[in-house]
Design a binder for this molecule. Structure first.
Ligand SMILES: Nc1nc2c(ncn2[C@@H]2O[C@H](COP(=O)(O)OP(=O)(O)OP(=O)(O)O)[C@@H](O)[C@H]2O)c(=O)[nH]1
Length: 510
C-alpha cells in the first residue's frame, strides 16, 4: 500500500480551468452573481479567482482535473484515490489504482462558522459553547456589524476564558471586511497558534456565508492552517419563515435562505416560542432548502456540544440519510415553487440588548451615498405583525436534489459530467456532497463541493456485502432535478456506449 499522499500540482491544467471560468464570467459579466443584501454588490467575482491562480487552490483541484480531458483521466484516477490538493509546481504523484492510501494527518485547526439570521440566537449559542465544559481552547472571531457595544454574552465569554476574541466591527465580514478577516486570522495563526485548538467565527445576521466559506478554501495562508469543521446555522423557529419567504429584488440574495443552504448543522432555536404546527412548518421549509444538514431543536441554543464542535467537515451519515430512497418518497426535495399557507399571526419580538444599526455601517454603500435601512433592528422593543390569511406561490429558488444510483460508476463519465455541471452552473450550485461507487475501486469515494470548489477523498473500503450505491446531493438555485438525475445515471459504468456527447449532454438548468 502506498504511504504517500498524492499531491497534484497546479499547472496548465489549473490555468485552463480558470481560463474557462474566466470566459464564462466575461460572457455573463457580473450579472447573476450573489450580491450583498445591502449594497447589491456581487460577493464573488472572477478577479478573486484569477488572482488566486498562482496560489495553492485546494478546492478547484479536482474540478481542474476534470477539465483535463486528454490524458487527464489517469491523473484523475489518481486524484480519485488520493487526497487531492494543489500546490505550485507541475508534478503529480499518481496513486495506484484500487489501493488505499494513508492520508496525511490533519494538522490544521478546525473552524466552526456560526451563522443565522438577525436575532436567531448566534451570540446565545456562542456564549453557551464558551461557558460549557468541552476542554477546547477556543479563539473567537466576532463580526458585530458596526456596533459600538458588544453583546453581554461576549463579556461572559471573556470570563469563560475564550483564548482570544477578535472583533470585526467596521463592516460586514462577508463583503466589506473580508480582507480584515483574512489579515486577522493570518495574524492570529502566526502569533498565537499554540494558544488555541478551535476557532469559532460568528457572522452578522445579514451575512451571506458563501464568501466567508470561500475565504477558508481560497486564501492560501488560511487554507493551509485552518479548515471548516462545520457551518452551524441558527434558525429562529418563530420568525424564520417570514425572512425565508421574503421576495428580494433580482440579483439580491436572501440571506436567510443562503444561511440555511450552506449549513452542515442547523439549530432550530427558540422552539419555546412556537406551537407544534409552526414547528412542523418551519422544519419542512428548512428541509426543502437543505435536506443534507442535520436539524436539532433547541431553546437558547442548547444542543449537545458534539453536534456543533468536532463535526469533521464531511457529514456522511447525514448524506446517507438525506438521500435515503424512503426519505425521498416522503417529500419532493426539489421543487421550483411551492405553495405556502400564510396564517394570521401576531408575534412579539423581544431582545434584551441594544444595537445601533446604521446604514452607514456598510462602508461601500455609504461611500456611494446610498441611503437605506438594511434591517438592523433595535433590540429592546417589541412589535406586532399582523398577516392576512392568503395563499400564494412563492419561489424560494434554493432547493436540494438528492440522487441515489444503483451500480458502479465510470470515473471518466463522472469526471466529464461533473466538469460540465460545475463549469456552467457553479454559481447556482451552492453545495454538493456525495458518496460514489467507482468501478475498479475498492473504496468509497466521498466528496463535497462549494460552488466551483471541490474536494474529494477515498473514505473506507466497501464491505463485502455492502451494496454499491452512489449518492449525491446538490443544493442550489433553480436546479433541474431531471437533468441532474439523467446526467448522473449516464455515468454508470454499464453505459459503455456513449450515445451522446457527454460534454454537452447535461444541462443543470431548466
Ligand atoms: N425565547 C427565546 N429567546 C431566545 C432564545 N435564544 C435566544 N433568545 C433571545 O433572542 C435574542 C437574540 O439572541 P442573540 O443571541 O443576540 O441573537 P443573534 O443571532 O446573536 O442576534 P444579532 O445580534 O441580531 O445577530 C436575545 O434576547 C436572546 O436572549 C430561545 O431559544 N428562546
Amino acid at each position: 500500500m502506498a504511504s504517500h499522499a498524492a499531491t497534484w500540482r497546479a499547472g496548465a491544467v489549473l490555468s485552463s480551468a480558470l481560463a474557462a471560468i474566466g470566459r464564462k464570467q466575461m460572457r455573463s459579466g457580473r450579472e447573476g452573481l450573489p450580491a450583498c443584501g445591502r449594497c447589491s454588490r456581487p460577493f464573488t467575482s472572477f478577479s478573486s479567482l484569477s488572482s488566486a491562480r498562482s496560489q495553492p487552490l485546494k478546492g478547484t483541484a479536482l474540478q481542474a482535473a476534470f477539465k483535463q480531458r486528454k490524458g487527464g483521466w489517469r491523473r484523475l484516477s489518481g486524484a480519485f484515490q488520493t487526497r487531492a490538493s494543489v500546490a505550485d509546481a507541475d508534478t503529480f504523484v499518481e496513486g495506484e489504482a484500487g489501493e488505499g492510501f494513508d492520508l496525511p494527518p490533519e494538522n490544521r485547526i478546525p473552524v466552526t462558522v456560526i451563522t443565522g439570521y438577525l436575532g436567531s440566537g448566534k451570540t446565545t449559542l456562542l456564549n453557551y459553547i464558551l461557558t460549557a465544559d468541552h476542554g477546547k481552547r477556543i479563539a473567537v472571531i466576532e463580526n458585530e456589524y458596526g456596533e459600538i457595544d458588544i453583546d453581554g454574552s461576549l463579556v461572559a465569554s471573556k470570563q469563560s476564558g475564550a483564548e482570544e476574541i477578535i472583533l470585526l466591527n467596521n463592516g460586514c465580514m462577508c463583503c466589506t471586511v473580508r480582507s480584515d478577516l483574512v489579515r486577522m486570522i493570518t495574524d492570529l495563526v502566526r502569533t498565537k497558534k499554540d494558544k488555541f485548538d478551535h476557532v469559532i467565527v460568528e457572522t452578522t445576521g445579514l451575512a451571506n456565508p458563501a464568501p466567508i466559506i470561500r475565504t477558508f478554501y481560497l486564501e492560501p495562508d488560511i487554507a493551509d492552517e485552518l479548515y471548516i469543521d462545520a457551518v452551524v446555522t441558527l434558525v429562529d423557529a418563530k420568525h424564520a419563515e417570514r425572512h425565508i419567504n421574503e421576495v428580494k429584488p433580482d440579483g439580491v440574495v436572501n440571506e436567510a435562505v443562503e444561511q440555511i443552504a450552506y449549513a452542515d448543522r442547523i439549530i432550530l432555536n427558540k422552539i419555546d416560542l412556537v406551537n407544534e404546527r409552526e414547528l412542523s412548518s418551519v422544519r419542512k421549509t428548512i428541509e426543502r432548502i437543505n435536506s443534507m444538514a442535520k436539524v436539532q431543536q433547541a431553546v437558547k441554543g442548547k444542543v449537545d456540544l458534539d453536534y456543533v464542535l468536532g463535526v469533521g467537515g464531511f457529514d456522511l451519515e447525514r448524506i446517507e440519510e438525506a438521500v435515503d430512497p424512503k426519505f425521498l418518497e416522503e417529500e419532493p426535495k426539489s421543487s421550483h415553487s411551492h405553495d405556502h399557507d400564510h396564517h394570521d399571526h401576531d408575534h412579539e419580538h423581544h431582545h434584551d440588548h441594544e444595537h445601533a444599526g446604521d446604514a452607514d455601517d456598510c462602508t461601500k454603500c455609504a461611500e456611494e451615498g446610498h441611503s437605506h435601512n438594511h434591517g438592523h433592528h433595535d433590540h429592546g422593543h417589541s412589535h406586532d405583525h399582523g398577516h392576512e390569511h392568503h395563499d400564494h406561490v412563492h419561489d424560494v429558488g434554493i432547493t436540494s436534489v438528492s440522487i441515489v444510483q444503483d451500480g458502479e460508476l465510470d470515473i471518466e463519465l463522472v469526471n466529464d459530467w461533473l466538469s460540465d455541471v460545475l463549469s456552467y452552473h457553479s454559481d447556482d450550485i451552492y453545495r454538493m456532497k456525495g458518496v460514489l461507487a467507482i468501478q475498479g475501486s475498492k473504496e468509497r469515494f466521498v466528496f463535497q463541493g462549494v460552488h466551483d470548489l471541490f474536494e474529494g477523498t477515498p473514505e473506507r473500503p466497501w464491505s463485502k456485502d455492502e451494496k454499491r450505491l452512489s449518492k449525491i446531493v446538490f443544493i442550489g438555485r433553480e436546479l433541474n432535478e431531471e437533468s441532474l438525475k439523467n446526467g448522473f445515471k449516464n455515468c454508470l459504468a454499464e453505459e459503455k456506449v456513449r450515445a451522446h456527447d457527454p460534454y454537452h449532454a447535461v444541462d443543470a438548468r431548466p
